[in-house]
Design a protein around this ligand. Structure first.
Ligand code: HEC
Length: 141
């Protein structure tokens, strides 16, 4: 009998349960933390706290151009939207309704840049991004 071998066998179920629990916790943490982490980044870049109350009008109102953010994303972004020119459906922007949102900073930045240029005619400032994200994070389906 090889004591080393039997010890490993005996420990395996416990190790597997431990691994499963760790994986579960890790996934939950990553999902919940990523949009909040991005919000902290924008807030520290802005040097002021985020306000969901400023984010909502920024998102739903026009800024001297043809479209608002809501034109494509809807005024209630826990629901899906529709692209203003192509008519393609857009998945909800609020993280509570769409777990993929604000989990890939490069993607988020790319679309902020593009959409802010379309709607505001310039890039959004860190304060504006923080306000919009704070508002989106406050929405529940
Ligand atoms: C002309 C249509 C259109 C307008 C107007 C628009 N968006 Fe978007 N937005 C899109 C599309 C298309 C995508 C990319 C497809 C997707 O992710 O569903 C996108 C994606 C995004 C994302 C990426 C989120 C992520 O991390 O997945 C953010 C942030 C965003 N938009 C914010 C805004 C803001 C803020 C405004 C207003 C300043 C705005 N959008 C206006 C069409 C639009």
């Amino acid at each position: 009998m090889n004591p080393h071998h039997s010890a490993r066998t005996a420990h395996r179920p416990g190790a597997l349960v431990g691994l499963a629990v760790t994986t579960l916790l890790f996934c939950t943490a990553v999902r919940a933390a990523a949009p909040a982490d991005l919000l902290s980044t924008y807030v520290s870049q802005a040097g002021q706290p985020a306000a969901a109350s400023r984010g909502e009008p920024f998102f739903t109102q026009r800024h001297g151009k043809e479209w608002s953010c809501s034109t494509c994303h809807g005024a209630v972004p826990v629901q899906g939207g529709k692209h203003a020119s192509t008519g393609k459906p857009i998945e909800p922007l609020a993280p509570s309704a769409n777990g993929k949102r604000f989990t890939d900073p490069a993607k988020t930045e790319k679309w902020f840049r593009r959409n802010c240029n379309d709607v505001v005619g310039r890039e959004c400032s860190p304060a504006e991004k923080a306000d919009v994200l704070a508002w989106l994070l406050s929405l529940n389906p």
